[in-house]
Write a protein that binds this ligand. Structure first.
Ligand code: AMP
Length: 611
């Protein structure tokens, strides 16, 4: 069985880890970084670029570079979050066939799960390069507060990427796993996870036997570092407008540069009291010639601009404690996860709320992937001292008359779970029964998210109230819902899968998945080609060295001269093959050159023994 990798598919960065010799390790990418920017772009020549390479070209190619796409996953085009993104993002966002979101790169529409799949593939390749073997299975993390549609969309991304996603794991749960793994202590943790796009808080009890029990979890899937950047950007844009009378929002290039500058300043202000934002030629041409931006900003100013965002996270923490029926003082350890927890204001606020210092021994950018790798190893039975008990962050129920909402599975219910509920007919001879499944916390149906609108068909004709149908609501270990229904008298069952809102037609999913696997094949072939080039190059260099050594002593030894001549000939042919760069020829010459090298080495060894 191939190794199971853990992938943290973050709003800003992705990270991949694996368990080796019983310990989780983060896998660095080819550039040596342990995280890879969650950025995907299509270059002018149509090639796809991902990660660091995509980040580097973002300023010159802003309209064809997608970042923070995770904020759009599983959302409807008309949702306020998507409408906000249309205003703020330099790349194109269009309505898809299911009222979903499509991102436009070089005139081609991509669904949001397709973009996620590109990142999953990238992380898979990073792992494959490191492990030297193909990887087929993964555990992928999502914010705990992700709803059904968002989880379903991440599952679709896994399908498109051709990865067998063994589990969709909540990010704070993953962090708790990494934090508590192998500690052998009973602890109650508050995992505060403020990332690039989302906020989660989970209260988790860890036992010395390795049971990880999530007591409550809640959050906001549209609150994160991006909002802090937006505040700073808006401040810079306003300042520039007042000073120069020019609205920088109209230029995608200026917006992209501002976004990067705001994020950089925000990060710098975590360690400096004051920093500068300098954007030379932010307006390349105006009536007054080129215009430059040069502002200084202090940590106190940033805190003033974003303090309410931090307050919002604290309110949500209080709610998590209420759900867990605990006081803040009942928490043993506060674990900070996500890049935004490096901000001093965030640390201060959380430490004040819980009345204790946050634990310093986790890496906020890596801990989620490490936890995912641990869960992957546990599912593959490579490690056996881990048991996870997670809960659902949202209440699930049905719409009732007069915009009502009847909760069937309350938030914080342990998953997986199956809760049956009895429905009876309300009219004589009623043949169909419509059930609208909703997710959310509002008492009004219209304020919650609709998951599924389904009908039970062909019910027995009988007087009102006589037919009883048992509808079972299920949430699986990935946090994904399904509904089944059966007539209690006939026992006849109709199973209904909750498709959520990102539900693709099977054909479209297949097309996306075929394109993705074609890309993976190309990428693997390119990697293999490059590896062959490098082996041939180093073999040539090693052969040159041993040849030089042998040439010093073979004079007069005819057999040895023949061997050297043969090796020189092989060297010449291999050097030409390297120039021509044909993959098959490269592979053949690697074999021939290895033989030639070992023959010359044998000569050198024999000579050394004679001495
Ligand atoms: P994550 O999704 O966990 O990778 O978190 C990324 C977010 O953390 C982004 O919004 C980053 O700008 C932010 N971030 C990273 N480093 C810092 C830092 N030193 N200070 C403040 N925010 C940071």
């Amino acid at each position: 069985m191939s190794r199971v990798i853990g992938i943290d598919l973050g709003t800003t960065n992705c990270c991949v880890a694996v368990v080796e010799a019983g310990q989780p390790t983060v896998i660095p990418n080819k550039q040596g970084y342990k995280t890879t920017p969650s950025i995907v772009a299509v270059a002018e020549d149509g090639t796809r670029v991902v990660g660091q390479v995509a980040a580097r070209q973002a300023i010159t190619n802003p309209e064809h570079t997608v970042y923070a796409h995770k904020r759009l996953i599983g959302r409807l085009y008309d949702s306020p979050q998507v409408q906000h993104a249309i205003e703020a993002m330099p790349y194109g966002i269009e309505r898809g066939p299911y009222d979903d979101v499509r991102l436009v790169l070089r005139g081609r529409q991509y669904s949001v799960p397709e973009i996620s799949a590109m990142l999953l593939q990238e992380m898979r390749v990073v792992a494959e390069e490191y492990l030297g073997e193909h990887v087929e299975q993964a555990v992928v993390t999502v914010p705990a507060y992700f709803n059904d549609a968002q989880r379903q969309a991440v599952k679709d991304a896994g399908l498109i990427a051709g990865l067998d996603v063994l589990r969709i794991l909540n990010e704070p749960t993953a962090a708790a796993l990494a934090y508590g793994f192998g500690r052998g202590e009973d602890r109650r943790l508050a995992v505060y996870d403020l990332g690039g796009g989302t906020f989660d808080i989970s209260i988790v009890e860890v036992t010395k036997e390795g049971v990880f029990r999530v007591v409550s979890t809640t959050g906001d899937s549209f609150l994160g570092g991006e909002d802090f950047d937006d505040r700073l950007m808006a401040w810079l844009i306003r300042g520039f407008e007042v000073q120069e009378g020019i609205d920088l929002r109209e230029s995608p290039i200026a917006l992209q540069r501002l976004k990067q500058a705001a994020q950089k300043a925000k990060c710098e202000l975590s360690s400096l009291e004051e920093t500068e934002v300098q954007l030379p030629f932010v307006v390349a041409q105006s009536e007054r010639g080129p215009l430059h931006m040069h502002y200084s900003i202090s940590r106190a100013q940033l805190e003033k601009l974003t303090g309410d965002l931090v307050d919002r996270t604290l309110d949500i923490c209080m709610h998590a404690l209420e759900l867990a029926r605990l006081e803040a003082t009942a928490i043993d350890d506060v674990v900070l996860v996500g890049g935004m927890t490096r901000m001093p204001l965030v640390q201060r606020a959380v430490e004040d709320l819980f009345g204790r210092r946050a634990s310093k021994n986790v890496h906020p950018d890596e801990v989620v992937a490490l936890g995912a790798a641990i869960q992957g190893a546990a599912l593959a039975a490579e490690i056996d001292d881990v048991t996870l008990e997670d809960v659902t962050a949202h209440s699930l129920g049905i719409a009732t008359a007069g915009d009502g909402f009847e909760v069937i599975i309350p938030a914080s219910t342990r998953v997986p779970c199956r809760i049956p509920s009895l429905f009876t007919t309300s009219r004589d001879e009623q043949e169909t029964l419509r059930i609208v499944v909703l997710q959310g916390e509002s008492g009004r149906a219209s304020e919650n998210d609709q998951l599924q609108d389904f009908a039970l068909l062909g019910m027995r004709k009988a007087p009102a109230g006589e037919v009883e149908v048992e509808v079972a609501f299920e949430i699986d270990a990935d946090g994904i819902f399904s509904v089944s229904a059966k007539d209690l008298e006939t026992g006849e069952e109709t199973r209904v899968q909750v498709l959520g809102q990102s539900g693709f037609e099977a054909e479209e999913l297949e097309r996306m998945s075929e394109e993705s696997s074609a890309w993976l094949e190309e990428r693997r072939a390119a990697e293999a080609h490059e590896a062959l080039r490098q082996s041939l190059q180093s073999l040539l260099a090693e052969l040159e060295r041993t040849l030089g050594e042998a040439e010093r002593f073979v004079h007069g030894d005819l057999d040895a001269e023949v061997t050297l001549e043969h090796a020189r000939h092989a060297h010449g042919l291999a050097a030409t093959a390297l120039e021509q760069d044909d993959r098959r020829a490269l592979a053949e010459h690697v074999v021939v050159l290895e033989d030639a090298k070992s023959m010359v080495e044998q000569l050198v060894r024999e000579n050394a023994q004679r001495k």
